[in-house]
Design a protein around this ligand. Structure first.
Ligand SMILES: Nc1ncnc2c1ncn2[C@@H]1O[C@H](COP(=O)(O)OP(=O)(O)OP(=O)(O)O)[C@@H](O)[C@H]1O
Ligand SMILES: [Mg+2]
Length: 388
């Protein structure tokens, strides 16, 4: 009993201390240790959940000269084992010799003894520990079953933990990929609306303006002043539409470059909000058009947040090279700040979330510093840029 305690402590420590990525090799190591301890020729951990007929994945440890389970197990054999696992009982060839015929189909050789011990993970049935002896003549007695159950439960819990972790990582990757598609789709949609506004509505409004001018030339003074009023309204609408179109898709980035586009936007926001903004952009730091658009959007959202929430009197916008191919974008305000932990994950606001997604999309590392105690919010993005 003392001995099993030592083995349990040793394998639990190994399984808990190992990084998830190395788990397959650690489980193989642990199974080797258990096989030695149990005195079995072959020891396998077979999951119930993953008892898929195709690719029935299992972990095993085999002694020297002992046949491994063949790669492709016939579906009928998988289903027969699955039926045995589902009963949740110990099945031993000493009481059920038919088990040896079944085991015979896993490899060319007939084992001398075979036993299936049900094991569980986190309190739920998980699968079984299957042991087969080909040369050892030892019996699978009650002590063996007890030890195999304890060891199997620990290994099964670790495998289940890894499986959950892998599932979680896969779903996180799926969510990130979906977000990337949504952001890309949203930008394309915005670009189309911006183009329609510019190419269609602006042109039609311009022709209407010309027609109004022609009408004003041939009518009496009273009507002319009314038409002039309408023309003024029309040109205001045209200007607003142009602004909206520019906001929806900043073609200015493609036309004049990211630096000029940021300067023009910062200047515009500063004038409208009356918040002093200083800007320092290293012209040697350049990105392709797609990355530039995301950086521009992140600055747009950061400044919009400063105007809406910060009650700041000053903002710094800095883009500087920090290494050969690395640059930092900093947007720092001296406003009231906030506690990033205080923002609910399921809050309906999208701004910060979309900034995080955009920065992931362009392979940048974003950090938001604000304690809510010291004034201000500091947003920093470490970006990969082109070499100087
Ligand atoms: N610069 C800032 N200063 C102070 N508080 C900020 C600042 N930036 C963000 N916040 C806080 O973080 C919250 C979340 O910001 P976020 O941009 O995600 O949402 P929002 O601006 O409220 O709405 P949306 O951006 O979706 O229109 C804000 O409601 C605000 O409380
Ligand atoms: Mg916002």
């Amino acid at each position: 009993m003392e001995q099993i305690k030592d083995v349990l402590i040793s394998i639990s420590g190994k399984l808990l201390d190992s990084p998830t990525a190395d788990m397959d090799s650690v489980i193989a190591e642990v199974l080797d240790e258990c096989r030695d301890f149990l005195g079995a020729d072959r020891l396998s951990c077979l999951p119930l959940d993953h008892a898929i007929v195709e690719n029935w994945r299992h972990h095993e440890s085999i002694g020297v000269g002992i046949p491994p389970v063949q790669k492709h197990i016939p579906a009928s054999v998988v289903l027969a084992y699955r039926a045995l696992i589902e009963k949740g009982e110990v099945v031993c060839s000493d009481d059920s010799p038919a088990l040896l015929d079944l085991a015979m189909q896993l490899q060319q050789e007939r084992p001398l003894r075979h036993i299936l011990v049900p094991i569980s993970a986190m309190g739920k049935p998980w699968g079984l520990m299957a042991c087969a002896n080909f040369t050892s003549t030892g019996r699978f007695d009650d002590d063996f079953v007890h030890s195999a159950t304890l060891l199997g439960n620990i290994i099964a819990s670790s495998i289940a933990r890894v499986t959950h972790y892998e599932q979680l990582r896969r779903s996180q990757q799926e969510v990130a990929a979906r977000n990337r598609r949504i952001i890309g789709e949203r930008e394309r949609e915005r670009r189309n609306i911006a183009r329609d506004l510019h190419d269609d509505f602006s042109q039609r409004l311009a022709s209407l303006g010309i027609e109004m001018g022609l009408a004003a030339a041939v009518c009496d003074d009273k009507s002319r002043s009314m038409i002039a009023q309408c023309a003024k309204g029309l040109s205001e609408i045209t200007r607003d539409i142009q602004q909206l179109s520019r906001h929806l898709h900043p073609v200015v980035i493609e036309r004049v470059g990211l630096h000029a586009a940021i300067e023009s936007h910062v200047k515009q926001v500063s004038e409208r909000s009356q918040i002093a903004m200083s800007i320092e952009l290293d012209r040697t730091v350049v990105f392709d058009d797609e990355v530039s658009l995301h950086i521009y959007r992140i600055i747009q959202e950061s400044l919009s947040n400063v105007v809406k929430h910060a009650d700041a009197s000053h903002v710094d916008v800095i883009l500087r090279r920090i290494k050969d191919k690395k640059a930092e974008l900093l947007i720092e305000d001296n406003g009231v700040g906030f506690s990033p932990h205080g923002i609910e994950m399921n809050s309906p606001s999208l701004g910060l979330q979309s900034m995080v997604e955009r920065s992931e999309l362009i392979g940048a590392t974003m950090s938001i510093e604000s304690t809510g105690v010291k004034p201000g919010v500091r947003i920093s993005l470490i970006l990969v840029c082109e070499e100087e």
